[in-house]
Design a protein around this ligand. Structure first.
Ligand SMILES: Nc1ncnc2c1ncn2[C@@H]1O[C@H](COP(=O)(O)OP(=O)(O)OP(=O)(O)O)[C@@H](O)[C@H]1O
Ligand SMILES: [Mg+2]
Length: 680
């Protein structure tokens, strides 16, 4: 063990076993073994010696380097910490000039002068500076230098290792930062993190918990979760989870929790038992993710899948039903022409057949539109047509206590680039909401018009741009929407209707569709007065005249038409209808007959009406052969399938028009007239 001593009776003496010592006015006396005998001689059993040893031990215990130099900076004392700090042993430094204390950037004389000036003037020097270790490494130190009493004639240096202090400080800072980071993370996560005791009392809750449940910290802290997060129906869940976590140390599962506003939410929860150092259970840590929306989407997805399968089933049935309805419709329209003398009573009966056929056919169209719901097919179209179609359906299906008005401001409506099926869905959803809002009757007005949005208007609505728009307005005189609900009606699953009556998806679908068309929706409502939804759709350049009234069908001028269908009744009825309106008709029951007839009559045939699904020769091949014989002949496809299905199965350039079965005589004649005119 090393011992150093400070001899206070006017002399300083440092001694170590096998070391050097110093003496008398800080001058180096002797080295090595001599020092022992010298020291022994000096201290010789006196009380002073005990004091000095005691003092030396204290100085060695000090955590700072303690150094004494003479006035020329030669070292006369060097404690244990100084050895460690500078890597220089006492034996190496005693009697040497304290060059380690001179900053590497300063010249020896500059630094010495700075110290000397300060010490002379103030009796001490204090500051932070860079010292050098024996191996040349720099260390940051805080030095305090004091002038010793005259008889010592030197300086006392107390050097603190700042590197160490900084290191400790930075360790503490890192630890503090980590704690802060972790608590930020805990608060940042959207999960609700709770710490519970075994009674279910909340010891801790993070920000995510307050956000999820809507309670404030003071309202949750110390409360039992049974009281604030559970109701009678969900209480058994918590007992189950508690038992499991105590039994197995963890539990995962779904829980139903109550929020402050009474809303029930579904959570995916993880519970873990927290133990202390002795492995004794301390508390329960729970983390829970709100999966209510995910669950609702899952349910919605399953429902959509179910509907899709019903949809494809319906498509098949619709095709056959249309084939059944087509001749009925044709007969009902033809009979008054065939039998001009039938009385009004019989005409009325035929009208009933006609109306019901149309209703049946509209219903089938609805099912087809619904079944094709997921497909999108954008094209330039006239929203006016869709609105008229919707009006026809709702007139037939809505309660008679509801008056339905149409308001069409112009016959020159702009076109929009849109998906007809989706727009149909939008308008139906809005009309259905209006119907539900007018349980005791009222007026539903469907309006459409052109509207140019200028800079001023564009500024009012976020999604509006300067340019032409087509605006569809659906207004009712129903119950109106409460002000507090107005901001929420477009949220998915928001509904004020009783369970089973509404999903709350109607308006969110409307908004989604209109936004995907580059448009926007405006709503205004007054409680007990009514509601008005305005749909803005960006218009495309071209303008089309819209004829909303069903015009008298135009007569033919004895043009020769080829009708091809494997259904005999359809063939007969179409032939009769066309002949009644001054067309000449050839009929073929399959593709081969059709090809034969066209090759015989070639350019005399002005148009071909052909069923989409036929036996023997596929319609696609039939059409392409017909086109080879006469490339100019216009083709009209008749089908019980939806038009877009036909388009995907053929190429739209193969045919000029599509006639959805069952068709009215007016639809048949106007389509025929249109294609014949275009082919001229
Ligand atoms: N014309 C309207 N008059 C009064 N309230 C309306 C009207 N349209 C919508 N609402 C309100 O907006 C809510 C949301 O409508 P939305 O169409 O999204 O869902 P829903 O009609 O309740 O259910 P779903 O359409 O799925 O059957 C309705 O529950 C109703 O409170
Ligand atoms: Mg709705």
């Amino acid at each position: 063990m090393k011992i150093q001593s400070l001899y206070t009776s006017g002399d300083i003496c440092g001694f170590r076993k096998n070391n050097q010592c110093l003496h008398e006015n800080n001058s180096l006396l002797e080295q090595d073994t001599k020092s022992n005998s010298l020291s022994n001689r000096i201290y010789d059993n006196s009380q002073t010696k005990i004091n000095i040893l005691f003092l030396a031990e204290i100085l060695d215990l000090i955590n700072d380097a303690v150094i004494i130099t003479d006035t020329e900076y030669k070292v006369t004392y060097w404690n244990h910490k100084a050895e460690k700090l500078y890597g220089i042993k006492t034996t190496e430094i005693i009697g040497e000039i304290l060059t380690v204390a001179f900053e590497p950037l300063w010249s020896y004389s500059q630094q010495q002068q700075a110290y000397t000036d300060a010490l002379e003037q103030y009796g001490f020097w204090k500051g932070e500076n860079i010292h050098l270790k024996k191996n040349g490494e720099k260390i940051y130190v805080d030095s305090s230098i004091f002038v010793l009493e005259e008889k010592f004639c030197g300086f006392l240096w107390i050097i603190k290792d700042l590197d160490n202090i900084y290191y400790e400080r930075s360790l503490r800072q890192i630890a503090e930062y980590k704690v802060k980071e972790q608590s930020t993370l805990i608060d940042f996560t959207r999960d609700a993190i709770l710490m519970l005791n075994f009674d279910g009392e909340i010891i801790f809750c993070n920000e995510g918990g307050y956000r999820t449940y809507g309670w404030e910290s003071s309202q949750m802290h110390g409360k039992n979760i049974r009281q604030i997060l559970y109701d009678d129906s969900s209480l058994p869940q918590i007992e189950f989870a508690l038992n499991k976590v105590l039994e197995n140390g963890e539990w995962y599962g779904e829980l139903y929790h109550l929020c402050k506003n009474g809303q029930k939410i579904i959570l995916e929860a993880r519970w873990i038992l927290i133990r202390d150092n002795q492995d004794n259970p301390q508390s329960i840590l729970t983390a829970a993710t709100d999966i209510t929306e995910k669950k609702q989407l899952e349910t919605q997805f399953l429902r959509t899948q179910r509907l899709q399968s019903i949809g494809s089933l319906a498509t098949g049935i619709a095709h056959d039903l249309n084939n059944i309805l087509t001749p009925i419709l044709a007969v009902a329209q033809l009979l008054p022409l065939k039998l001009p003398c039938i009385n009004e009573n019989t005409k009325g009966l035929l009208n009933i057949v006609l109306d019901n056929c149309k209703r049946g056919s509209d219903l089938i169209k609805q099912i087809l539109v619904f079944a094709r719901g997921a497909e999108t097919q954008y094209m330039n179209l006239q929203v006016g047509h869709i609105l008229v179609e919707v009006a026809r359906v709702i007139r037939q299906t809505f309660p008679k206590s509801m008056e339905i008005c149409m308001d069409i401001s112009t016959r020159e409506l702009w076109m929009v680039f849109a998906d007809a099926t989706q727009l149909h869905q939008v308008l139906m959803n809005l009309c259905l909401n209006a119907r539900d809002a007018m349980a005791n009757g009222g007026t539903l007005t469907l309006a459409i018009g052109n509207f140019f949005i200028d800079e001023n208007h564009a500024g009012i609505h976020l999604d509006a741009n300067v340019g032409p728009y087509v605006v569809v307005t659906i207004s009712d005189t129903g119950c109106g929407i409460q002000t507090e609900n107005l901001g929420r009606i477009f949220e998915p699953f928001f509904t004020t209707k009783e369970l089973g009556k509404g999903t709350g998806l109607g308006l969110s679908t409307v908004l989604g569709i209109i936004k995907s068309h580059g448009g926007f929706v405006d709503v205004c409502s007054e409680v007990d007065r009514g509601t008005c939804f305005k749909i803005y759709l960006p218009a495309v350049e071209s303008i089309e005249k819209v004829e909303f009234s069903e015009l008298e069908p135009t007569q033919g001028i004895e043009e020769l038409i080829l009708v091809v269908d494997d259904e005999k009744t359809i063939l007969e009825m179409t032939k009769t209808s066309l002949e009644a309106y001054n067309y000449r008709v050839l009929i073929a029951k399959d593709g081969i007959e059709a090809i034969t007839l066209l090759s015989q009559h070639e350019y005399k045939i002005k148009a071909v009406l052909i069923d989409f699904i036929m036996p023997i020769l596929d319609t696609k091949i039939t059409i392409s052969t017909l086109k080879k014989i006469n490339p100019q002949v216009p083709i009209i496809i008749m089908s019980g399938l939806a038009s877009d299905e036909v388009i995907t199965k053929t190429s739209s350039s193969d045919f000029q028009a599509f006639l959805a079965k069952p068709f009215t005589t007016w639809e048949l004649l106007s389509t025929l007239k249109q294609v014949i005119n275009q082919s001229k």
